[in-house]
Design a protein around this ligand. Structure first.
Ligand code: G4P
Length: 316
């Protein structure tokens, strides 16, 4: 296949993006240990440790939270959050909470936080579908640690809603808060700087955060293949795939089943623009068979007819 030139108006070129943990580019910041803060909010590890010990989550479930444990008020609260507050908050009055209950409480919290948001696809899928899908991808590939699944559900709340790490620590414990914090981009950086920073910091993240990252990328990449964000052309799609592969290659050892699934995606994902078939990842994608062309075409035909492909399985 002829090499495809990538002019990236909104994202760095592959060569700009390609960095390795062992040989950081001199233009990039020196690798640091896992960050202590990502978006201007101070997270005090000592206070988090204190929170972890007393009161325990069980105590929180049995008794109404003291004032100091009330979640910090968001800048503007949605009706569903106000509704939640009027019920006495989380962790409440109805007795002990098991692991499943804690997970459902996490999903409920994330759903309220993301309630006004939609994905960028043509169907404007509710945003909460994404974090739920990320948790589902982890669970379906053998991750049973409920804290990792909770962090997956919460992974975009701090970055994309008025949620703080402290609020998550209060409600779900410091382990979950730490993973969420590691998965939170510094929103004061530009989109391109955030991508470079994700690459730089990926090797230093905990195994749990790397697992969430892998699943996050799987869902974003599969979403792009199935139903790209509105306005994304082939160059942007390919730039995202190239960058995502660099990030996920660094995290691959955190959960090999996810890494295998990603590799298959990089090798087989195609799209079509103006009648021309393009590999989503121009460097590792193999040639397209006639059957695969039909698959690409049927997906695009469905979109053109105004039908949605989103009810298709979350992943395949
Ligand atoms: N594929 C896809 N992505 C969508 C959609 N709706 C929202 N997104 C989000 O958009 C981001 C990817 O688009 P970019 O162009 O790279 O990011 P940007 O708009 O924020 O600069 C991802 O967020 P992110 O937190 O920046 O994730 P990541 O960059 O860490 O992967 C992804 O979760 C959608 O319908 N499809």
């Amino acid at each position: 296949m002829a090499p495809i030139r990538l002019d990236l108006p909104t994202a760095p070129s592959p060569s700009e993006l390609r960095i390795t943990a062992s040989s950081p580019s001199p233009s990039l910041p020196t690798p640091q240990p896992p960050q202590t803060r990502t978006n201007g909010l101070q997270l005090n590890p000592v206070s988090l440790l204190a929170m972890e010990g007393t009161p325990s989550e069980l105590d929180l479930a049995r008794t109404p939270p003291p004032k100091s444990f009330a979640p910090s008020p968001p800048i503007s609260r949605t009706a569903s959050e106000i509704d939640l507050a009027s019920q006495g908050g989380y962790g409440g009055r109805w007795g002990m909470e098991g692991e499943l209950g804690r997970f459902l409480r996490t999903v409920d919290f994330a759903a309220r936080k993301h309630s006004c948001q939609r994905r960028k696809d043509v169907d404007q899928t509710p945003y909460i579908n994404h974090p739920i899908a990320v948790a589902n991808i982890l669970s379906s590939t053998g991750i049973t640690d409920v804290k990792v699944l909770q962090a997956a559900v919460l992974h975009d709340t701090v970055e994309d809603t008025h949620t703080t790490i402290e609020e998550i620590a209060h409600l779900f414990g410091s382990d979950v808060a730490r993973i969420v914090e590691e998965c939170t981009d510094n929103t004061t950086l530009s989109g391109q700087q955030r991508k470079i920073e994700q690459l730089r910091s990926a090797p230093f993240k905990s195994r749990e955060a790397q697992q969430v990252k892998l699943a996050d990328k799987i869902h974003n990449l599969e979403s792009i293949r199935r139903c790209p964000p509105v306005g994304w052309g082939i160059k942007r799609i390919q730039a995202y795939f190239i960058w995502a592969k660099q990030v996920t290659d660094v995290c691959a050892s955190a959960h090999p089943p996810l890494a295998e699934r990603l590799q298959e995606l990089y090798e087989t994902a195609y799209t079509r623009v103006n009648g021309v078939y393009y590999p989503c990842h121009p460097e590792v994608c193999g040639p397209l068979t006639e059957d695969e062309k039909n698959l690409v075409d049927s997906r695009l035909r469905a979109l053109k007819d105004g039908q949605t492909v989103c009810p298709a399985p979350i992943f395949f």
